[in-house]
Design a binder for this molecule. Sequence first.
Ligand code: GLN
Length: 485
Amino acid sequence: MNSITSQSLTTLVKNIKNKKLSSQEVTKAFIERSEKSKDLNAYITEDYANALSKAKKFDQNPNFDLKIPGIPIAVKDLFCTYNVKTTAGSKILSNFVPTYESTVTQNIWNEGGILLGKLNCDEFAMGSSNETSFFGNVKNPIDKDLVPGGSSGGSAAAISGHLTPITIGTDTGGSIRQPASFTGTVGLKPTYGSCSRYGIVAFASSLDQAGPMAQSVEDCALLQEIISTYDPKDSTSIDFKRNSLSKELTREIKGKKIGIPKEYRVDGMPVEIEKLWQKGIEYAKDCGAEIIDISLPHTKYALPTYYIVAPAEASSNLARYDGVKYGFRSKGENLIDMYEKTRSDGFGEEVQRRIIIGTYVLSSGYYDAYYLKAQKVRKLIKNDFDHAYKKVDAIITPSTPSSAFKIGEKTNDPVSMYLNDIFTVPVNLAGLPAISIPAGHDTKGYPLGLQIIGKAFQEQELLNIAYALEEKINFKNKVNDWWIK
Ligand code: GLN
């Protein structure tokens, strides 16, 4: 690997600030590597020429006070980027060019970031394997036969394969943490309301949250600090005191109380996952943390609750794609026929499945039995966490119930695909922050992640615990560049 693309974000920032590297050198290096990485199918849209001209402009008139001066960054194709195609991995948006910029990406450009391109993802962020994308599946840099996880599969592959120094994904039920776990990288899902949803293609509005994906906790902290701002353009954005996360990062976590929820010991969980969890607990003890057994009794209802709430919100959010306002349109004999054909041709199978489920659970006669009931259970799940956080500062669990699975292995079995989210969805339902850090390998050498769940708006504490554990774990990713010819 090129000596530039192997550097962490933090090192690249230092090198640019010290003038050891120019923005053009860094940008060129990541473009070259991305161009050699077509086999991964991580990009939907490349914006290399613009990236190079922005890098040149930066070098001519550099501003080293910025947090990520002249750093090239590829982002998930769910973030609207002004004048750059934004597809959400869907045919229905395959020709959509936004006239506005998402707040999160704007925050990145304001601090000196340069757009490299748009990364592949599951269609409308619905999926756990990046196989529902209209633009084809993404391959895992760990092994060509493996999925990279989803829905932020392109983002995870781009980080793990060193195609971008840092990236952002979105997490509605696990889409940052699960792919991070599958690719041996770090992914943070922030507290709901911490990062603006303005300009992010909506999936399930009460659950969606943007967050950083990186090689390390330190890099994650720096990007989170940049993207988390109060935004009046998002009515659910929250104005709270935000820490300088990267500056305040510390491994001093002595005396912190870490909860271990017994309900996460699910039937049929591979021994490797159990062992990894145990290892995480030992490391936390080594860091001086106190381990406390806790109970989150409604955990088993989280997955069914999520798969009512998320499709319900999706069916409503996706009603806007009618062939009139956005992108793709099929020809029809009359207006209704045009609507029907556009939506049948424009949405993939998984998205149509979710729209049907969502419309069903919201329909009169079923609304009380499903949607309303799910909202009540959601509250109970949140109450479980509130109760636990009276005793502990954070919670540690595995990120996923297995390591990355094979491409095609679960495509015909949606329920087994949904089971992937078993450890991640409770966090979204409760609106909490959580991070996945790579913590070990299974017998096949595939990475496994540990999830740390924090208290609402306590990203600093969460990152500190992850930072301390990361050092103890000392994980080395096994990426052998198989896709580079
Ligand atoms: N895999 C989950 C789903 O398919 C979560 C997706 C996400 O977080 N965007 O809904």
